[in-house]
Design a protein around this ligand. Structure first.
Ligand code: HEM
Length: 507
């Protein structure tokens, strides 16, 4: 059959029109579900590019308004993805269908230069083996005792004197940086029996550890920057040509890995004096099959885990506290009462005393609800799947849950979800935990955080001791600080404070 010119045009235009019609239909359908308007062909890429500097708040707005609290990304040439704040989906991904949601190849490629094959960046048998070794170590009473001693000593000999000196001189100090150095010293001592003395009076003199800390932070930011590149090819080309941010990253990683190697070699020299249960590093080092490179990855991963999480949580906590004298008063009353009941005359608190501080536990937890140290966390999908809320997830897609958005959902926390209210965690004065799928701040399921108890000991000890002794004035506290999204939620520009030592209470 021969077609006339107008017929030919119609014949060619028909599929195109049908295509446009279906694209438009799926476009308006998806915008009805998520409140977002994905562009035909470009998907949500334009919105992503426009909002990537306020990524967390942007996706929170979208997830809060989406009826399922989930959103789907699909852009041409890019992997698809789902971001969710739906507790049923979180449970499905992190627990019920765990095997289908590993960290995945894409995330591995992005992080391998920094985290290597360590626990945060491994799947399958490689992860299981590390998890088993580390879990065993973390469950030991001896580790807990060592950790409590370490935190107490760091507070009594470094943190409190440092704050006292700043108070006497009337100096403004950056609390975020102080807390990071505190956490860095603690994790190095607990995991590797190394003291970098980041918070010591003569810390300035220890150029190696301070240049390491700076390099570690910048490297982390550059690695996260890779995730924010709209196209993976961008950083890969820069890496290949050794230019721009990738060149800088290579230089910084040389410093980071060099420091970690120094710890490992020092440990090897001491190996004959130490048994394999001495600390976390000894446990991994005792296996002769583990290369130096693998041990270096262990060190880097535990530093990531321990250095920024508690300091991020406490930085936001102290800012909130500065705006809530009522909460500070209640914490102080509780701390003083525990001290009196236990006739404690030392500068710090024991593990059991910290456990008695339920209000403090609630106050710190409530702050992490609104400012979770790990605000988003991503897995990838092995095989096509449908989540409990009906959202489709394709093979190879990423699935991200946002603890930050979940902390702001009325469906989980009620109408006062945006208010800071420690009381929501208490029943008759006793702390009641929430399901980890509704409050996944420490993750959930088989990969749940191993350092949760250690983190609370550190955070509660610091708050109890500091609030008891110092008045803290946060400079510019009226304005909500901006955040920077690194691997953790950091405060942009730090938290400038002025401190004044309180007059000692006579008992
Ligand atoms: C407030 C403090 C902390 C928070 C909010 C927190 C949160 C988390 C989160 C969200 C994960 C999952 C990360 C992922 O998907 O890869 C995680 C994993 C982990 N955390 Fe923590 N963490 C904290 C402190 C610590 C501390 C002090 C340690 C001690 C070293 C630690 C050790 C670990 C380890 C080893 C894992 C890996 C678990 C695995 O993949 O099997 N965490 N944590």
């Amino acid at each position: 059959m021969e077609l006339s010119s107008p017929q030919l045009v119609c014949f060619l235009l028909l599929p195109l029109s049908l295509c446009l019609f279906f694209l438009y239909r799926s476009w308006s359908e998806r915008s009805r579900c998520t409140g977002l308007k994905p562009y035909p062909l470009l998907g949500l890429l334009p919105q992503f590019l426009k909002n990537r500097h306020r990524f967390l708040d942007w996706i929170t707005d979208v997830l809060v308004h989406s009826p399922t609290h989930s959103m789907t990304f699909r852009s041409p040439g890019q992997v698809g993805g789902v971001i969710t704040a739906n507790p049923s989906n979180v449970e499905h991904v992190l627990k019920s269908n765990f095997e289908n949601y590993p960290k995945g190849e894409r995330s591995f490629r992005m992080l391998v230069d920094f985290l290597g094959h360590g626990i945060f960046n491994s799947d399958g048998e490689e992860w299981k083996w590390q998890r088993k070794q580390a879990s065993y170590e973390f469950s030991k009473r001896s580790l807990r005792n060592f950790m409590v001693d370490t935190v107490q000593s760091e507070i009594a000999h470094r943190l409190l004197p440092l704050m006292r000196r700043a108070g006497e001189k009337g100096e403004t100090m950056d609390l975020q940086s102080v807390l990071e150095r505190f956490a860095f010293d603690s994790i190095c001592k607990v995991a590797f029996d190394e003291d970098p003395a980041g918070l010591a009076e003569d810390a300035v003199a220890d150029a190696t550890s301070s240049s390491f800390m700076r390099a570690f932070e910048e490297a982390q930011n550059l690695i996260v920057g890779r995730f924010m590149d709209a196209f993976e090819i961008t950083w890969r080309v820069k890496k290949l040509l050794d230019i721009g941010s990738e060149r800088r990253l290579r230089e910084l990683l040389a410093v980071v890995h060099g420091y970690a190697m120094r710890i490992i070699r020092a440990r090897k020299e001491k190996a004959s004096e130490l048994d394999e249960h001495h600390d976390l590093l000894s446990r991994f080092a005792s296996n002769k099959n583990n290369s130096e490179e693998f041990l270096r990855d262990i060190v880097t991963n535990f530093l990531v885990a321990g250095r920024e999480t508690t300091s991020s949580a406490l930085t936001w906590f102290f800012w909130i506290l500065s705006t809530r004298p009522d909460v500070e008063k209640k914490i102080l009353e509780e701390v003083r009462s525990v001290r009196t009941i236990n006739k404690n005359t030392s500068e710090t608190f024991s593990f059991d005393e910290l456990r008695e501080m339920h209000y403090l536990h609630a106050a710190v937890t409530e702050s992490m609800r609104l400012y979770p140290p790990v605000p988003i966390d991503t897995q990838s999908c092995l095989e096509d799947d449908t989540m409990p809320d009906g959202t489709f997830v394709g093979k190879g897609w990423f699935v991200t849950y946002s603890a930050y958005a979940m902390g702001r959902l009325e469906d989980i926390w009620g109408r006062d979800c945006n208010e800071y209210k420690p009381e929501r965690w208490l029943e008759n004065g006793v702390f009641c935990p929430e399901s980890p799928f509704r409050f996944p701040v420490f993750h959930a399921g088989p990969r749940m955080c191993l350092g949760k108890e250690m983190a609370y000991v550190q955070m509660k000890s610091i708050v109890a001791c500091v609030v008891e002794r110092f008045e803290i004035d946060v400079v510019g506290k009226e304005k909500t600080p901006e955040h920077v999204l690194s691997l953790t939620l950091r405060m942009k520009g730090g938290l400038p404070i002025k401190v004044k030592e309180k007059v000692k209470q006579c008992c």
